[in-house]
Design a protein around this ligand. Structure first.
Ligand SMILES: [Zn+2]
Length: 253
């Protein structure tokens, strides 16, 4: 059987226990998006492996045999974010971003964009670049950018039905004007004010670190954080465990 050596650059999202203490590792990689690789007991238990550090971005050496699964043979750390371990909030937020990343769609042609979004967000969570940045804002930007990459964010500039001025968010229909929203059940439409639309537009159009820096009043920010979380859960059709952990920590502040 032919053996092929493969190199992938990525981050560990999840360890899935497998027979006799071997593991399956779910990675998000620049080259192939989400992949699952096999790690033997000897390598998966070795704490010196760079990938086992939380949030480590590593170069993975893999062996691929024909159509079979790729097998881990080594890794080298490129970057990691140890500061996250010093803050339970940053740690919980980082774990949430990794859980959301397990929902990166299959067969995508832009895997690098998802990985960059995750790495940039983790980097900002360290506080190295911007001191005292609001963790809630990093999480919000990540969510909206993730949904946008997945083609799930509606256009915040107009009503998706008639092109008018948007004022509401319906999770299936998109952003809607007053008239179009009126035709739908009130329990399914959510008011979005102009500050929230401006923030959504900013996140969807600005790149790099500037994407994470915007100001808005705390009531609008709170509403947008709530809607973004609800929309994420609705679109992923998942109850996100790490989101509940994060929220229980933040609520105590
Ligand atoms: Zn309309």
């Amino acid at each position: 059987m032919s053996r092929e050596f493969v190199q992938l650059h990525g981050i560990l999202l999840k360890i899935i226990p497998y027979a006799e203490n071997d593991s399956l590792l779910q990675l998000l990689t620049a080259e192939k998006g989400k992949v699952i690789i096999f790690a033997k007991k000897s390598s998966s238990n070795n704490k010196s492996n760079s990938y086992s550090q939380p949030f480590a971005y590593s170069k993975f050496e893999l062996i691929s045999r024909g159509h079979g699964m790729m097998v881990y043979s080594g890794s080298q750390m490129i970057e990691y974010f140890p500061e996250l371990r010093q803050s339970p909030y940053a740690m919980a937020a980082g774990e949430y971003l990794c859980e959301v990343s397990t929902f990166v769609p299959e067969n995508i042609d832009n895997p690098n964009e998802y990985l960059s979004l995750l790495l940039n967000s983790l980097y900002l969570l360290t506080g190295r670049k911007i001191k005292n940045i609001d963790i809630n804002v990093i999480k919000l930007v990540f969510e909206i950018a993730f949904l946008q990459l997945s083609g799930l964010m509606p256009n915040p500039k107009e009503c998706s039905s008639c092109g008018g001025k948007p004022e509401f968010w319906h999770f299936d229909e998109g952003f809607l004007c007053d008239n179009c929203a009126e035709k739908l059940h009130f329990s399914e439409i959510h008011k979005v004010d102009k500050n929230m639309f401006a923030a959504i537009d900013h996140i969807m159009t600005v790149n790099g670190v500037r994407r994470y820096s915007f100001t808005m009043n705390s009531d609008s920010l709170k509403s947008l954080i709530y809607l973004s979380e609800q929309y994420m859960k609705y679109r992923l059709e998942a109850e996100l465990k790490t989101l509940n952990v994060y929220k229980s920590l933040i609520d105590r502040v």
